[in-house]
Design a protein around this ligand. Structure first.
Ligand SMILES: Cc1ncc(COP(=O)(O)O)c(C=O)c1O
Length: 472
């Protein structure tokens, strides 16, 4: 069973000029995920919402919210649109406001990326940043602050995406029907994540009306309360904790989320969400944000579990990765936030970085004297030496121990190394990571010898490893 890959609508798209940018919103492509689904028989498609002119699924709700307020007589020419937004709704509203000639004021929690703040300002909006770590009913909460500004500004409306029925209705009227048509009615699972819940409720409701057996599966970030509320059917009062994925999850149940539309909720960590977003970009060429990663992580769980070549899973790809270049697409940011393992620097690469003037291993023979060993260490400016017998390390000497003992008893300067040497340095393979050998370096072991292809390739000391760690 195949879904025709070039439906009439997509062929017709963009063949004629549009009256304005609003007409280009929606009818986003449905794109099969091929690489990340390797080994899984279930087909998984991504609904690429980043093709919208403002780069996200939220473009769909801007105009419907504004037009509803106009119809109800709440918004008049020259008016202002106020909203608490994680960014994308702001862009959707700003595009529609630009066409209609309204002013925009947006409040935004401070965890949101700088790119999003700059983006909204680029559309001419005023942006007010609020603290993320405040309870939902605190006056500094971004939604509470937006409410206050809307009340205090003449001829202003609060877009109120969390309670405005125009939000789910927009997805009922567009996102749902598009997916139904694009899959020729074969979709079996719709996977999304809820911020306001507008997409899940609207598209999910439409698709379930078309096929009551269709499963709506929703991903929720660890720290959000929505999945727990759904599981307990509203019987518990979970407390949210901060998390890093933007735009989805909540610390309060939004009025626009109908939990009864949902058949399954899965909780996903920031780490898994970001890792999958990066894979979508690198392996599928789909440059998406963290919430898309979260949703596709869930979609793959479902795809693996049902393992059904007749099933069709559609995962929402909510927004563009450009909004997160300084976050999940920055290796530094990922490491700082413990979302990625530290750089795996191997001993081989560490040795390659070392000063070229010093021989790769400065060593001394077991028959040499202490005097010779001390001279050798001064000459090459090293603090320890392996004692070598041919290719084998039979012992070691260190600057501080030899100097201290020779000062106590100067006769020791002419002693033979093999009589006074310490234990040999451990020998490790050059493919090992610097982090892995750090624990071998102790008071008794100031260095390790590095072997490559069966031969001695160099020496790595405590101070070499410390320098790597300090540079992180
Ligand atoms: C990046 C991103 N993904 C997903 C969503 C969730 O969409 P909805 O509010 O329709 O639940 C949002 C909403 O703000 C978002 O910004």
């Amino acid at each position: 069973m195949t879904i025709h890959s070039d439906s009439l609508t997509s062929i017709e798209r963009n063949r004629r000029p549009y009256d304005d940018v609003m007409a280009t919103i929606g009818w986003t492509p449905l794109i099969r995920l091929n690489k990340i689904t390797r080994g899984i028989r279930t087909r998984v498609y991504g609904k690429a919402e980043f093709f919208n002119p403002g780069g996200s699924v939220k473009d769909r709700i801007g105009m419907p919210i504004i037009e509803r307020a106009e119809r109800e007589g709440r918004l008049k020419p020259g008016g202002t649109i106020v909203e608490g937004t994680s960014g994308n709704t702001g862009v959707g509203l700003a595009i529609a406001a630009a066409i209609k000639g309204y002013r925009c004021i947006f409040t935004m929690p401070d965890k949101m990326s700088q790119e999003k703040v700059r983006l909204l300002k680029a559309f001419g909006a005023d942006v007010i940043i609020t603290p993320t770590a405040v309870p939902p009913d605190h006056p500094d909460n971004y939604v509470m602050m937006a409410k206050r500004i809307a009340e205090e500004t003449p001829n202003a409306i609060l877009a109120n995406q969390f309670y405005n029925e125009a939000n789910p209705e927009a997805h009922y009227a567009t996102t749902g029907p598009e997916i139904w048509e694009q899959t020729e009615g074969r979709i079996t699972h719709f996977v999304s994540s809820a911020g306001t819940g507008g997409t899940t409720t609207g598209a999910g409701r439409y698709l379930k009306e078309k096929n009551p057996k269709l499963q709506v599966v929703v991903g929720d970030p660890v720290g959000s309360i929505l999945a727990e509320l759904w599981r307990s059917k509203g019987q518990t009062k979970p407390e949210g904790v901060p998390y890093k994925v933007e735009g989805v999850g909540q610390d309060k149940l939004p009025g626009t989320l109908d939990l009864s539309v949902i058949d399954e909720y899965q909780t996903v960590s920031d780490r898994d969400s970001f890792a999958m977003a990066r894979r979508l970009t690198r392996e599928e060429g789909l440059f998406v944000g963290g919430s898309s990663g979260l949703i596709v992580h869930v979609a793959l769980n479902v795809a693996r579990r049902i393992d059904d070549p007749n099933a069709v899973i559609v995962a929402l790809l909510c927004d563009t990765g450009e909004r997160y270049l300084s976050k999940l697409y920055s290796d530094e940011w990922m490491r700082e936030n413990q979302m990625m393992e530290p750089d795996k620097l191997t001993l081989q690469s560490l040795l390659a970085r070392k000063d070229g003037d010093t021989p790769s291993v400065v060593s001394i023979a077991s028959g040499a004297t202490v005097r010779q060993a001390l001279r050798l260490m001064t000459l090459h400016d090293v603090s320890q030496l392996p004692v070598m017998d041919g290719d084998s390390c039979v012992g070691s000497v260190s600057d501080w121990s030899l100097s201290a003992r020779s000062l106590e008893n100067t006769k020791l300067l002419d002693a033979t190394i093999s009589d006074i040497m310490d234990a040999p340095f451990p020998v490790v393979e050059s493919t090992q990571s610097v982090d892995a050998i750090a624990k071998l370096l102790s008071k008794a072991n100031p260095a390790v010898l590095v072997r490559s292809g069966g031969r001695l390739a160099g020496i790595v000391t405590r101070s070499d490893v410390l320098q790597v760690m300090m540079a992180r």
